[in-house]
Design a protein around this ligand. Structure first.
Ligand code: AMP
Length: 422
């Protein structure tokens, strides 16, 4: 099978690693890819924001399966264009990707499907924003305010704050940029990312993972695209995956099918295990980054066959997934200034050996590697348990050279210490 991956981050590098070890894959390309994917996958130029460009690249290269990594091409309609070209595609239609592209659309679907989530107030102007903040404060009795950009914001559109004036300022800024705002009830409790493959009917959950959204140790600092992740979750309640399948994933997939917009691809449920039960924080319409970097290394079942089955309506015929024992940890090495204003174009030294997934990198004219994004590397390790995987991941991080780089030192630490209680 000739497989084309669309995207250029560490998620796509992790997909390329997993796909390249599947004997069913006869050729692998990554468009546009990065300095790391080049070792595994033929680099192809593409404009990921343009569905016509994505379909043309897939056609020109003779792809038999296209796997779309990021949300931007999905929301733009890349999967529709690829399927119209007669090529199997792992990724939802533009309409189905609205589960991620519009938080208010996701709320409508969840309401119709009876999926538990935070109460929310859609806001179109400043007066409504003030009223919504007052209502949510009265209802939750002093819990932090949650103010969200309704559209795509690379994980950075959400402000969670006890400070009403900061909440108001964030909402005003989002409205000022011409986007709708959602004010939400605050959800307490640990967060879980659960991915599921779906062909629009059958839903196959993967392993739960947890990512670290804030920039600094101890969950301090601003929200980012994700600073690290680990899987599986030693603290997760027994039966969590089955419960989320029954109460969140399957009802959502069924509701999308009922609407005539079947969701085919990866449905990512961001969950909070609150004192009142499991609640959906958000849906994403694609593999999460950085959780993919820890889920895929633990998957023993060959990936290409699974993604092809999801793309072609054949997931019901797939045998139960096989998982490797042990745990995986990934630590994101970020550029100085990330997330607000990352400095790029700096020389980067990546030691030889496994585990160095490239996120934002490019080849320099002299054949070296340069930083080319806010998140530069996702340094990953698998070990017999979480503590061992953490130790190896941080040994690997110590070998990276990038001026001013920063990373969290506590990825997976609270889980190792037994300090997370749902
Ligand atoms: P989102 O873009 O919706 O995924 O939100 C990004 C992050 O903001 C989430 O992973 C949570 O850490 C936090 N967050 C979002 N919504 C809520 C909420 N209702 N209550 C508490 N935290 C939230």
């Amino acid at each position: 099978m000739r497989v084309l991956v669309i995207g250029s981050g560490a998620r796509e590098h992790a997909l390329c690693v997993a796909l390249s070890s599947d004997p069913a894959v006869t050729a692998l390309a990554c468009a546009p890819g990065n300095a790391g994917t080049r070792a595994l996958a033929e680099p192809l130029a593409v404009d990921v924001t343009d569905p016509v460009s994505v379909a043309a690249v897939a056609n020109g290269w003779g792809a038999e399966l296209v796997v779309i990594g990021p949300e931007v091409p999905l929301v733009a309609g890349a999967a529709d264009a690829v399927r119209e070209a007669g090529i199997a595609c792992f990724g939802p239609s533009a309409q189905a990707a609205q589960l991620e592209g519009s938080k208010s659309f996701a709320k409508h679907v969840m309401a119709a499907a009876g999926v538990p989530t935070a109460r929310s107030w859609p806001v179109g102007g400043v007066a409504e924003l003030e009223t919504a903040l007052d209502e949510v404060a009265a209802l939750t009795g002093g819990a932090p305010y949650v103010v969200k950009d309704d559209g795509l914001a690379a994980g950075k559109g959400v402000l969670v704050t006890p400070d009403r004036s900061a909440a108001l300022a964030h909402g005003r800024a989002v409205l000022g940029a011409g986007h709708a705002v959602l004010v939400e009830e605050y959800l307490d409790g640990p967060e879980v990312s659960l991915f599921a493959l779906t062909d629009g009917r059958t839903v196959v959950p993967l392993l739960p993972a947890q990512d670290a959204k804030r920039r600094d140790d101890g969950d301090a600092g601003p929200n980012t695209g994700g600073m690290g992740a680990y899987a599986p979750l030693p603290w997760a309640p027994a039966g969590l995956v089955d419960e989320v399948l029954a109460t969140v994933l399957q009802p959502t997939v069924d509701e999308m099918a009922r609407r005539g917009e079947p969701f085919c691809g990866l449905l990512y449920a961001g969950l909070a295990l609150t004192s009142r039960g499991v609640r959906v924080v958000e849906f994403n319409a694609r593999f999460g980054d950085p959780e993919t970097q820890v889920v895929l290394p633990l998957l023993e079942t060959p990936l290409a066959g699974l993604l092809h089955a999801a793309a072609t309506g054949a997931l019901d015929a797939v045998p139960p997934l096989r998982w490797r024992d042990g745990a995986a940890v990934t630590v994101v090495v970020a550029a100085p200034g990330y997330p607000s204003s990352p400095r790029t174009g700096e020389p980067l030294t990546v030691p030889p050996g496994e585990g160095y997934l490239h996120a934002g990198t490019a080849e320099s004219p002299d054949g070296g590697v340069l930083s080319a994004g806010g998140r530069v590397l996702a340094v990953t390790a698998v070990g017999p348990d979480l503590a061992a995987a953490r130790a190896t991941a941080y040994e690997r991080v110590a070998g990276v050279r990038l001026a001013g780089a920063h990373w969290r030192t506590d990825i997976g630490l609270a889980a190792v210490q037994g300090a997370i209680r749902p």
